[in-house]
Ligand binder design. Structure first.
Ligand SMILES: *Cc1c(COP(=O)(O)O)cnc(C)c1O
Length: 386
């Protein structure tokens, strides 16, 4: 019998990496900024732009203030505006849909695949056909979301979008470090957005994000919109609308340090996921990762018909867990106007999905215990059902 570990188990862990990197290294990097005084978009964020573009295998990366900024800036670079239809996942964090709505576009919500939880290409095609038939909106862009860190079916989504004259913006906010058929997150689609919010696979100590593209024109537009639409020639002439979308140098410095342990952290996330994959009872449904792909495991999310009961059971036993997401975006108050399509899979996932502890720093003692408690729950349920 494995007993409860003496240390608390965490759902996320944004802190242990500090001692792995060395707190003094982080402090030294922050102190340098106090000395040079370039607090916003200083040398650290410029170095980070290059490192991240390299890591992702894209020509350009523009760091910015958050993942939401990144999504918004990419859509601004494409000139998304009122009258445009933007097709977006609904089983996601709200900002995947918030970005197009802020620009006045109409979000068209697309259902998820029940096994991968990501955008269902068949439902995307249906949604496009419906909008075409109505003939009121201009087909503009698709935003698939790599939910919980797992890449979407980009081959199919890119083909459908391009066949209909649309661009694809990958919402890779949860999937930095993931792999789709040999490509790294950042390079999955026409443009990609990621987030460095502390709980994401590559997290900073505040807010941060980045936009990736291979087009220098798009990159220049993103960089202009990041500072209020500034002209690169005349900093007092704003030639388009933009945002206060800069990354501050402190977050840049933190991310440069965190990149030094990122690959090891990813390996440890795979180690944890593998144990769950192999050892959790088949009573729990598991998120299916596409062939030749690797999730970044922002979260490990199972699905279970008795989700709420399981959640109480885990909490009673000292195992934290969380529901991502209890309400698909189309059912949220601010989005009611655009709740126009049935999304049965999203609806079901919002009632059955449960995220269990996933951090690179879970050890075998933690995992033995979590797996035992979960499998005990499954065994009880199976006895009752028999
Ligand atoms: C976190 C997240 C965002 C937004 O990122 P922020 O940095 O919090 O603005 C967008 N989309 C998804 C899927 C996310 O998980």
């Amino acid at each position: 019998m494995t007993s409860k570990p003496s240390k608390p188990i965490m759902l996320f862990d944004c802190k242990t990496s500090q001692s792995v990197i060395g707190k003094n290294k982080i402090m030294n990097a922050l102190e340098k900024i106090l000395d040079h005084g370039a607090y916003c978009q200083g040398p650290e964020t410029r170095e980070l732009d290059e490192k991240l573009a390299n890591y992702s295998g894209t020509k350009f990366c523009a760091t910015c203030g958050s993942g939401t900024d990144a999504l918004t800036l990419a859509l601004m670079a494409w000139g998304v505006k009122p009258g445009d239809a933007v097709f977006v996942s609904s089983f996601t964090f709200v900002s995947s849909a918030e970005a197009p709505v802020l620009l006045g576009a109409t979000p068209i919500f697309v259902d998820s695949d029940p096994n991968t939880y990501t955008m269902d290409p068949k439902d995307l095609q249906r949604a496009i056909d419906e909008v075409k038939k109505e003939g009121k909106l201009n087909l503009k862009a698709v935003i698939p979301v790599d939910i919980f860190g797992s890449p979407c079916n980009y081959d199919e989504i890119l083909k459908i979008a391009h066949d209909n004259g649309m661009k694809v913006l990958a919402d890779s906010c949860q999937s930095y470090g993931s792999v789709y058929k040999g490509k790294k997150a950042g390079s999955f689609a026409d443009m990609s957005a990621t987030s460095f919010y502390p709980t994401k696979p590559l997290g900073c100590y505040g807010d941060g994000g980045a936009v990736f593209t291979n087009s220098s024109e798009e990159n220049e537009l993103v960089k202009s919109c990041r500072v209020h639409g500034m002209s690169p020639e005349d900093h007092y002439d704003n030639v388009r609308l933009g945002l206060t979308g800069r990354m501050n140098s402190f977050q840049g410095a933190v991310l440069l340090q965190k990149l030094t342990v990122f690959d090891q952290e990813l390996k440890d996330r795979f180690r944890v996921a593998k144990r769950y994959d192999n050892e959790l009872d088949s009573y729990f449904g598991k998120q299916q990762i596409l062939d030749n792909c690797q999730s970044a495991y922002a979260l490990y999310t199972i699905n279970c018909a008795d989700r709420d009961e399981l959640m109480s059971y885990l909490k009673e036993n000292g195992i934290p867990c969380g529901v991502y997401y209890p309400r698909p975006v189309n059912t949220q108050t601010a989005y009611a106007k655009w709740n126009t399509r049935p999304l049965p899979v999203c609806e079901k996932l919002s009632k059955t999905a449960l995220s269990i502890p996933m951090t690179p720093y879970l050890d075998n003692e933690d995992l033995d215990y979590i797996i035992r408690v979960m499998n005990e729950f499954a065994a009880k349920k199976k006895v009752k059902a028999a």
